[in-house]
Design a protein around this ligand. Structure first.
Ligand code: BG6
Length: 470
């Protein structure tokens, strides 16, 4: 639809950006922090680990000041469960509580809204050893942990996010590094874990409403509109299969408190359906999020299954579709460009995704990740000319405004990432930030912070509330 005039970004729009604890903080074993699965799991030896990353733990004041200089209205970050409960449960680490107290106060000092993810991939290793999310005791540990966060920071946090990309942990856990890439036939177990995470999420959403009535809480999955490879009805059906399994399984449960019917049929057909205990469905349907946070990088394109082994392509990741026998096949979208890391670029798909979410759930939406991973180059005179990132972000912000004009209730835009950090599986050479961190995979250099061109551009966008995107 073409509009003569676009609606402006709303007043109080949450312009900002995001990070996650294990990818940005470093200090992996300092001040009483316990190990998480991200500290202990095997990662490629061609890329750095998560021990030091951008050393934000020691640089947070400098970093927050830079975000404030960009004019951020919000900063989305995650809390490392293992700083608060080093063993996942039991003994509390006061130094961890203090660190996030200081961080939150620093963010608020500059009038930025802290948006807090309570769990971003980094499950405490001690809980993992006891079965992780397969063990229902992890649900109780999670609720106890989040209850302490509400007690400690609930007076200052207005936006809580439950679990980052639960769908990607289930669908692409090996790419993210959550489990062994060689593990076989683990889907049944994964969907049991998924059920437990959904229960844990429902319980903390309810708790938030009881303990922090002025705050809002929502899930934070990775959501992509899924396109059929052609207009063939069979391809359209395959797209519906994949969107139900990838997207709606998670959000239908969070919002409507029920398993999506196509996704459930898939789970039954494959023998992956989780065991649901008495009382589970009451917990799952007994609450609702106040908004939906979601990460959008690109869309997916799929074709009808041929119902043989060729349905399954190579290895995928969060944005590369793999395919599944008898369900759908991954396809390439010839209409899209690609990043240097093989992810499609689809700004219009962002508008499509926003519309779909709005139509389906009719809740406020908060974009918590979107961005371009690239090999940025530090040039002489501390210049990082990342015009390609500006172009990527500009096109997505344009589509956000069109979606707002369509009637979508978008309340904020927090791309990935505020500052350079370590990617899930491509090391620190895949950079996303507005601020360059001077290090390489195995050479920490001086970790100096350098403003990229996109830093200055985004500052202007925020200052004029997205009125002039040039
Ligand atoms: C999302 C995650 O999947 O995408 C982030 O929430 C991640 O943690 C981001 O870093 C970009 O992915 P990658 O694989 O390029 O780091």
């Amino acid at each position: 639809m073409y509009y003569k005039k676009l609606k402006p970004f709303p007043k109080g729009f949450l312009w900002g950006a995001s990070t996650s604890a294990y990818q940005v903080e470093g200090a992996w074993d300092e001040d009483g922090k316990g190990p998480s699965v991200m500290d202990t799991n095997k990662h490629s030896d061609k890329t750095t680990d998560f021990k030091i990353t951008s050393d934000h733990y020691h640089h947070y004041k400098e970093d927050i000041a830079l975000l404030a200089e960009m004019g951020f209205k919000a900063y989305r970050f995650s809390i490392a469960w293992t700083r608060i409960f080093p063993q996942g449960t039991g003994e509390i680490n006061q130094k961890g509580i203090d660190f996030y107290n200081d961080l939150i106060n620093e963010v608020i000092k500059y009038n930025m809204e802290p948006i807090v993810t309570v769990y971003h991939f980094d499950l405490p290793y001690a809980l993992h050893e006891k079965g992780g999310w397969s063990n229902r005791a992890t649900i109780d540990a999670f609720v106890q942990y989040v209850e302490l966060l509400f007690e400690s920071y609930g007076d200052r946090i207005k936006y809580w996010l439950t679990i980052n990309e639960q769908n990607m942990m289930i669908l692409h856990g090996s790419a993210i590094g959550i489990f062994d890439a060689n593990a076989k036939d683990i889907e049944k177990e994964l969907y049991q874990q998924n059920h437990h995470m959904l229960l844990a999420q429902a319980q903390v959403m309810k708790l938030c409403h009881e303990m922090c009535p002025d705050a809002k809480i929502g899930p934070a999955p990775n959501i992509s509109a899924i396109y059929p490879a052609t207009s063939k009805p069979e391809d359209v059906l395959a797209a519906n299969n994949w969107t139900s399994i990838r997207n709606w399984l998670y959000l239908d449960m969070a919002v409507f408190g029920r398993y999506n019917s196509v996704a459930w049929s898939y789970l039954e057909e494959k023998g992956y359906a989780p065991i649901i205990q008495a009382g589970d469905m009451e917990i799952l349907s007994g609450t609702k999020p106040d908004f939906i946070a979601f990460n959008y990088y690109n869309t997916g394109t799929v074709a009808a299954s041929k119902n043989d082994a060729s349905d399954r392509g190579g290895t995928g990741d969060q944005q590369i579709v793999v395919g599944e026998i008898g369900v759908y096949r991954g396809a390439t979208n010839p209409n899209l460009g690609q990043t240097a890391f093989g992810w499609g670029i689809d700004p219009v798909g962002f508008r499509n995704t926003l519309r779909e979410l709005n139509d389906r759930y009719n809740l406020p939406l908060l974009l918590t990740e979107n961005g371009l991973g690239a090999y940025d180059k530090l040039e002489e005179g501390d210049v990082v000319n990342d015009d390609y990132r500006i172009d990527f972000l500009r096109k997505h912000i344009e589509q956000a405004q069109l979606a707002i004009t369509d009637g979508v209730k978008l309340i904020g835009y927090c791309p990935w990432s505020a500052i350079d950090l370590v990617s899930t599986h491509s090391g620190c050479s895949k950079r996303y930030g507005f601020i360059y961190v001077n290090r390489e995979e195995f050479d920490l250099k001086d970790l100096r912070r350098i403003k990229k061109n996109s830093f200055y551009w985004y500052k202007k966008i925020i200052a004029n509330n997205g009125e002039d995107l040039s």
